[in-house]
Design a protein around this ligand. Structure first.
Ligand code: GLY
Length: 370
């Protein structure tokens, strides 16, 4: 017998820029011409049925006009498309168009598109570069930044995926004007989550400027886009692979993700997270980490954002309790929650420990109180 040691130590520089602004497609094209992804000439624009005509086709045309080979690959919009089947559909369509390793994927759309396209990019030909062009507040606030890519399964959301960082992220605020109000509100839930976990000033800012943000006024939208990026960056740069600190970005998601699945995606991601945040602040208050006033302030801000704050009647609360066990934070069969310390901070439970075990009985009590 012999052992051969394969020494493969890696030093990786996955740094990338996030550009926030209005109508960024010309900038995207000029960055590509300037070598953003080296000398690649072939691009797969991955998008959904709503964003296709609004943004993906115009971007594709601009790139073609500059001499690049481009095809648009589109799937039905909505969280229900974020599946292994859709990933396979995009991959097969790219193979049929002779895409090989010398290509780059451009994800144009919201969180479903950036999550799925980033995952395709990570496995296509064992990995090709990708760029995110985020057109929704939800993608701007969370999905397009940080390198988590995944698809959902019938059991739960985001269980199959990889960490894969984009070459650049464009956050086009002008696109928020095209969003149905429900989608804009859904993205606001992730913004409120960031405020709750890291930034009391942002929390007050959202309280004072909600109407301006929902009217997509420039200064206010740029401010929240930048704060979202900064908060996420501060966490992800310290713990990209979620070995501890990154779990704080799960605030409200333990119950939120479970509700999203149990509702069969009738609730948008942010709507489910909003209810998850209500459950989380009730738990934080019960365990003495928040005052009643702070808890009520969070619930009031979610309501001001026109987000749901109670579990809809059609959801079976017992099924919801069972679904909590599909959460990624579950360890040794125990439910674990991230909790808030007042507003703008989270509770740290030990060195690099940001989620705490919660008994099923207590989780049930909170869920039946929401
Ligand atoms: N959406 C949570 C995270 O990026 O970690």
């Amino acid at each position: 017998m012999s052992t051969f040691n394969v020494e493969l130590k890696r030093v990786v520089d996955d740094s990338y820029d996030i550009e926030v602004g209005f109508e960024l497609s010309d900038k995207l094209v000029s960055d590509i011409q300037g070598g953003l992804v080296g000398s690649i000439k072939k691009f797969a624009v991955v998008t959904d049925s709503i964003v296709k005509d609004l943004y993906a086709e115009p971007i594709s045309k601009k790139l073609k006009d500059c001499g690049y080979t481009v095809n648009v690959f589109s799937f039905q919009e909505g969280e229900k498309s974020k599946t292994r089947e859709t990933k396979e559909f995009v991959e097969d369509a790219m193979l049929a168009k002779s895409y090989r390793r010398d290509c780059c994927i451009i994800a144009v759309g919201g969180g479903v598109v950036t999550d799925l396209a980033g995952f395709v990019a990570g496995t296509y030909g064992r990995g090709v570069p990708f760029i995110n062009y985020a057109t929704t507040l939800l993608a701007a606030a969370d999905a397009s930044v940080g390198g988590k890519t995944a698809v959902d399964t019938p059991l739960a959301t985001n269980l199959i995926g990889i960490f894969n960082q984009p070459k650049k992220v464009y956050i086009d605020i002008a696109a928020w004007k095209t969003l149905p109000p429900r989608q804009l509100h859904s993205g606001m839930a992730e913004t409120i989550k960031h405020a709750c976990l890291a930034d009391r000033e942002l929390f007050d800012y959202l309280n004072d400027n909600m109407e301006k943000i929902y009217n997509v006024e420039s200064a206010e939208c740029e401010h929240i886009a930048e704060r979202n990026c900064q908060i996420k960056y501060d966490v992800v740069m310290k713990d990209e692979r979620e070995s501890g600190l990154r779990e704080v970005l799960n605030l409200g998601h333990t119950v939120g993700r479970a509700i999203e699945t149990v509702s069969d995606y009738k609730l948008l991601h942010g709507e489910a997270v909003s209810i998850g945040l209500v459950a989380e602040v009730k738990l934080s208050k019960k365990l003495g980490y928040m005052t009643e006033d702070e808890m009520n302030a969070v619930i009031a801000l979610l309501a001001k954002a026109q987000l749901p704050t109670t579990i809809p009647d059609y959801i079976d609360r017992e099924a919801l309790v069972k679904k909590l066990y599909t959460d990624k934070k579950v360890k040794n069969g125990q439910l674990r929650f991230v909790l808030q310390k007042g507003i703008g901070n989270v509770v740290q439970f030990g060195e690099n420990i940001f989620a705490t075990p919660i008994s099923e009985d207590l989780a049930r009590e909170i869920i039946f109180d929401c």
